[in-house]
Design a protein. Structure first.
Length: 280
C-alpha cells in the first residue's frame, strides 16, 4: 500500500499572501522587460582612428541628453568602413566626401547617403623647395594622390592654379592621362597618400590630403602655396547612413550632436585650423 502525502488546506490569509507574491513577481518581470525594451540600441559609427576619435568622444557626451547611445568603431583606412555599413555592421559612418562615396556605392553596389555635414579638409599644394607658385620651375615634378577620387581633386586644384588644363571630356575623376595642356612640362607622379606626404622633400611640390600632411609634419601654413576653397565644393565630409535609415529617429539627434559649438572648437583645436567646420 503506497503512502500518500497529505496536504494541509490553505487558510484565506495564506492564499491572499501567495497571490500578492505572484502579482509582485509578475510586475517585477514586466518592469524588467519594459526596462530592457526602453534601453536604446547603440548607434555604431565607423570613423578613422586618430584625431577624429577625440572629436567623437565629445559627440558621445553631446548625445547623452537625448538618450541616444553612440558606439565608436575605429578603422585604420577608409575602404572597409563603407563595406561594414552596407553589411549592417554599422549604423552610420563619418569620414568621407561625396565623390569618394559615389565611387564606393558603385564598387559595393550599396545605397549609402549623406545626412549631415561635418567638416571640410581642403587639400593643399605644398612645397619645401619653393615659396610661391610663380617660382615653380618648368619641368618640375609634382606629386598627386594615386587613388582616382583624390587624384582628380588634385588635378582640378592644379588647373585652378593655372599650372595645367584637363580635357573637358575627362568627367568628375580625371587622371594624369586627361591632362590636355601642360605649359610648364610638369611631371606628375602618382603616389599613395602617406608616401606622397613623406616624399614632399624629394618633389618640387605636391598636392597632399590635409590629414596626411598633418601626420607627416608638413607645415600647413609656411609650406602651403595654395589650397582649395570650400565654396560649392563637393569634397565636404559628412555623416552617412544606409538609405533606408535616412529618416530614422536617431539620425537627426546624431547629426545635431556633431553640429555643436563644442565640436566646432575641438575641430579647430585638434587640426590647428587645417580643417574647417562645414555646417552653418
Amino acid at each position: 500500500m503506497h503512502n500518500r502525502l497529505k496536504t494541509q488546506p490553505q487558510s484565506a490569509s495564506e492564499g491572499l499572501l501567495g497571490r500578492r507574491r505572484l502579482l509582485t513577481l509578475v510586475a517585477a518581470t514586466s518592469l524588467m522587460g519594459a526596462s530592457a525594451k526602453a534601453q536604446p540600441k547603440p548607434v555604431r559609427v565607423g570613423i578613422l582612428s586618430g584625431e577624429d576619435e577625440d572629436i567623437w568622444r565629445i559627440v558621445q557626451e553631446n548625445t547623452r541628453a537625448t538618450g541616444l547611445t553612440i558606439e565608436i568603431v575605429t578603422f585604420s583606412e577608409g575602404n572597409p568602413i563603407n563595406a561594414a555599413l552596407a553589411a549592417g555592421d554599422l549604423e552610420a559612418n563619418a569620414f568621407q566626401h561625396g565623390p569618394y562615396l559615389q565611387a564606393q556605392n558603385t564598387a559595393l553596389g550599396s545605397h549609402i547617403v549623406p545626412v549631415g555635414n561635418t567638416y571640410f579638409a581642403p587639400i593643399g599644394f605644398y612645397s619645401k623647395k619653393w615659396k610661391t607658385l610663380s617660382t615653380i620651375p618648368d619641368g618640375a615634378t609634382i606629386g598627386v594622390p594615386a587613388d582616382p577620387t583624390n587624384e582628380g581633386r588634385a588635378l582640378k586644384l592644379l588647373q585652378s592654379l593655372g599650372l595645367l588644363k584637363i580635357s573637358s571630356e575627362a568627367g568628375e575623376m580625371p587622371t594624369a592621362l586627361d591632362i590636355s595642356e601642360n605649359p610648364k612640362n610638369l611631371t606628375i607622379r602618382e603616389l599613395d597618400d602617406p608616401v606622397l606626404a613623406r616624399s614632399l622633400p624629394d618633389l618640387d611640390a605636391g598636392v597632399v590630403i590635409t590629414e596626411w600632411a598633418y601626420k607627416a609634419g608638413i607645415d600647413l601654413k609656411s609650406e602651403r602655396l595654395a589650397r582649395e576653397s570650400m565654396d560649392n565644393n563637393p569634397y565636404i565630409n559628412f555623416i552617412a547612413v544606409n538609405e533606408p535609415d535616412a529618416h530614422a529617429a536617431w539620425v537627426q539627434p546624431l547629426v545635431s550632436a556633431f553640429q555643436k559649438p563644442n565640436i566646432r572648437a575641438k575641430l579647430l583645436e585638434a587640426y590647428h585650423g587645417a580643417i574647417i567646420p562645414s555646417w552653418t
